[in-house]
Design a protein around this ligand. Structure first.
Ligand code: TEU
Length: 556
């Protein structure tokens, strides 16, 4: 459906290519491997595939450090393979969204190589170069991945800024030539047939020009850059310019990844008349279980706080903005382990999916989430690959701030590698992912949890996702209905309604392993509610909810 807001009734599936499917036995997933699984994705019923970076990269941050925006990393294949993937998706009526990582490049990108070569380089102000201050960095900012956010470069005696690793220098978007270069990259992929972009930490691209030091972080000893390098003064201007220069007149889906964005800003970013983005990824709900020390200082999740947050986003963007909806991605632990309960794995995976997919917004399914894949539970730091995990583990243990056991428990619970173990296609030794040695360990539970078993089992998490996704196409109330929360203070039940043209969708889910009463007046579902989907035998809309029971009823 060209020209309409097709992305409002779409479901997006995220492929993290190095862990998705390896076609040539080198232990790393690749583009031909994705093409091999297009029938599986079509069966699931997803509409868009978001492909995490597949560009040439030295792989310091698993491809989020790009050295050539206009090619394919040889380990993934070639541009001809990309064209075949694009055609394979389009033939199936599906779309392909690329990952645009333009807050920073790799330090091996030609732009940075030229920039660092000399102070008079033509590309010098493509990046943030500053003299030191008092024998140290220009300000006190710390990197997201631990350590300082500045690295001294001997060759020209100045420091350069990197909010992530030192091999991910930040691009200077104050420079109109940088913005024009980014526009050219985006246009190139759209002209080649891409259908949109997920835009990496795109709310980091406007910084306060003076780059002032920030308040000290709780544990790192470095300053926090959030006040000066996130949601900065020219962000709306830069995004509107990008829209007008590249997206205007095209039928594209754009989603801006925005750590620390609030509802008010997200509304401004997603109101269609402001011509910025289709939607954003916000992070409030995936930061609720972070302690003062951040993600590796985890705390138990409180459902009432989760409901308050997500319900506020539903209310805030519901009428004139648009929400993305996600529990998982390649940066987050697996939802069934983090928000659900592995002791009730299948029921809780279905309950989490029901809670999310019936909300107002565009749902995102992360590879393996539709199988109820769990965290990896790797107990040895040598099994981890993620630079964020390894850096923070080192920072915790080397400083003695945290004992080894506590550090490993935090890593096992929160590491991004939990989402990056290979997709479990079958019960064979290589899980149907590879015939070689995988770049990261395969979860031993692939013998039970795998796509082959799931597709064959009508009661699997997979077929439940397939039916949830199909409901979105069948019932306009799911896409357009007004969201209204219920039982906000209930510690175990997530409940809400969606209302459109006299029809009411009642969604209830028990986020606990106890059977709990459902204290709702039957009038909330109008008359004769009919169950559309549920993960237990149907005992009616208002019967007590069994452990991790979820239900969707439609009344009118
Ligand atoms: O992530 C942004 C980001 O800050 C995440 O790293 C996440 O918030 C962090 O893991 C929380 O501890 C994007 C990409 O999704 C991520 O994979 C990259 O590592 C990062 O940017 C740098 O490109």
């Amino acid at each position: 459906k060209r020209g309409t807001d097709w992305w409002k009734s779409s479901v997006v599936y995220q492929v993290y290519p190095s862990s998705f499917n390896d076609s040539d036995g080198d232990g790393v997933g690749d583009l031909p491997g994705v093409i091999e699984r297009l029938d599986y994705l079509e069966l699931l019923g997803v509409d868009v595939v978001w492909l995490s970076p597949v560009y040439p990269s030295p792989w310091d941050d698993n491809g989020y450090d790009i050295s050539d925006y206009l090619d394919i990393h040889p380990m993934f294949g070639t541009l001809a393979d990309w064209d075949r993937l694009r055609d394979g998706l389009h033939e199936r009526g599906m779309r392909l969204m690329m990952d645009l990582v333009v807050n920073h490049t790799s330090d091996e990108h030609p732009w940075f190589i030229e920039s660092r070569a000399s102070k008079d380089s033509d590309k010098r102000d493509f990046y943030f170069w500053r003299p030191g201050r008092g024998g140290g960095p220009p300000n006190n900012w710390g990197s997201v991945f631990s350590g300082p956010a500045w690295t001294y470069d001997e060759a020209t005696g100045e420091y350069y800024l990197h909010l992530f690793t030192r091999r991910q220098p930040d691009l200077n978007w104050e420079n109109p030539r940088v913005r024009a270069a980014v526009h050219d990259v985006a246009r190139w992929w759209l002209d080649r047939g891409a259908d949109g972009f997920r835009m990496d930490v795109i709310n980091f691209v406007s910084k306060t020009p003076e780059l002032p030091s920030g308040p000290l972080a709780a544990t790192s000893g470095h300053g926090v850059f959030t006040d000066y390098a996130v949601n900065g003064p020219r962000l709306h201007e830069f995004l509107h310019e990008l829209h007008q220069e590249v997206f205007a007149g095209r039928d594209v889906l754009t989603v801006g990844e925005m750590p620390r964005v609030g509802v008010e800003q997200a509304l401004l970013h997603t109101m269609v008349e402001r011509r910025e983005l289709s939607m954003v990824f916000q992070f409030e709900h995936v930061n609720l279980d972070h302690g003062p020390g951040g993600k590796f200082d985890p705390r138990p999740l409180d459902l009432v706080r989760l409901k308050e947050s997500l319900n506020r986003w539903q209310a805030g963007l519901g009428e004139s903005g648009w929400n993305s909806l996600y529990w998982n991605n390649h940066d987050q632990p697996r939802a069934v382990s983090r928000f659900g309960d592995e002791a009730h794995r299948v029921e809780s995976a279905k309950a989490l999916a029901t809670t999310l997919h019936m909300m107002k917004g565009t749902p995102y399914v992360y590879q393996g989430e539709e199988l109820g894949m769990t965290n990896a539970h790797m107990a040895d730091i040598a099994d981890y690959r993620d630079v964020e995990t390894l850096n923070h583990h080192r920072a915790m243990v080397e400083t003695g701030r945290v004992n080894e056991g506590t550090a490993m428990a935090a890593v096992a619970r929160m590491s991004r590698d939990n989402a990056r173990t290979p997709v479990q296609w079958d019960a064979s030794p290589g899980a149907g992912f590879t015939t070689g040695t995988p770049w990261i360990g395969i979860n031993p539970n692939h013998t039970q949890i795998n796509a082959e078993a799931a597709v064959a089992d009508p009661d699997s998490v997979f077929h439940y996702y397939r039916r949830l996704i199909a409901l979105r196409k069948e019932h306009p109330v799911i896409v357009h209905g007004r969201f209204e929360p219920l039982l906000e203070e209930d510690p175990a039940v997530y409940a809400y309604t969606r209302t459109l043209d006299g029809r009411v969708l009642l969604v209830t889910a028990n986020w606990s392993s106890d059977t709990v009463p459902l204290e709702l007046d039957p009038s909330v579902a109008r008359r004769d509610p009919v169950r559309l989907i549920g993960n237990y035998p149907d005992e009616g809309a208002f019967a007590p909810l069994r452990p991790w029971e979820a239900r969707v009823h439609l009344g009118s």
